[in-house]
Design a protein around this ligand. Sequence first.
Ligand code: PEP
Ligand code: MN
Length: 348
Amino acid sequence: MVVVMKERATDAQIDSVIARLIELGMDVHRSSGATRTVLGVVGAHKVDPGVIGLLDGVHEVLRITEPYKRASRSFKPEDTVVTLDDLRIGGDEVIIMAGPCSAETDEQVMATAAAVKRAGAKVLRGGAFKPRSSPYSFQGLGEQGLEMLRRAADAHNLKLISEVMDVSQIELIGRYCDIFQVGARNMQNFTLLRELGRVKKPVLLKRGIAATIEEWLLSSEYILAGGNPDVILCERGIRTFETATRNTLDISAIPVVKKLSHLPIIADPSHGAGRRDMVAPMARAAVAAGADGLIIEVHPDPDHALSDGAQSMFPAQFDRLMAELRTIAPAIGRSICLEPVSRRGWAR
Ligand code: PEP
Ligand code: MN
């Protein structure tokens, strides 16, 4: 439930309502806005809203009607900003994550990291454990791939995101990456989600191939309820009757999620479109629709990539896309890659 305090409720009244709820075995999340404080309340116990409504300073008590609680905007009205040192995901700046689908060689990862950094990306992406539709396709280099990715991320001052497919990989991947990626195929791997609720790193949760937005938010609830508040959602395309593109990137999911939830949401136009020539238009559309960031596949030689080559951009295409995004973002009050040109590593 949500406890809305009176506009003039004092700190003492708010503290005493929180203390009472905690005494009743509830978890309380306090959101203090400019005029009012709102308390998001969840717990296994039943609390009588009538009793809470009578406490000093309480304006009204509302039930959260959505099946997800901690992920809902009524529980926490203000946007969540996931912070990693000076990186803020969900703030004013649109954050770009880019890199190869899979780590293949040191040279490939290092060259990609250099190119995406130069263009303004803040996070290096790359898989070392790959969920492939066929067991005969390239499955990723495992720890060797993680080592390559970490070296390249450190060399270019980028954060690193990499996919975790199974609970047994959390410890290993956690030693290398800054953000865990949960892939579309694992959106409902509830054991994995529960375990990621206990880690101290952000989790990027991709939307399942055939998942509704409600199911996706319920999956995020597993991570949040486990005690990890740093969840970033990622729209990566869903399966529809359309076959012209690999998936159908559901741009409308971006404003829908923004309304229903306080969590940051980014888009993956690479898996969404599945074709290199469609990635830039979908990326532009996602930023215009309010995405907090993008995750994009870039490869120095995409035609020889071991996975997802057809949808991987050439570095020069990515560079041009970034230049275009730099004009789109300000049109909707956002910024993108604010760093001075010299810090981005451009030749003067
Ligand atoms: C990936 O990011 O390379 C990937 C496998 O993504 P998805 O889970 O969206 O298919
Ligand atoms: Mn991929």
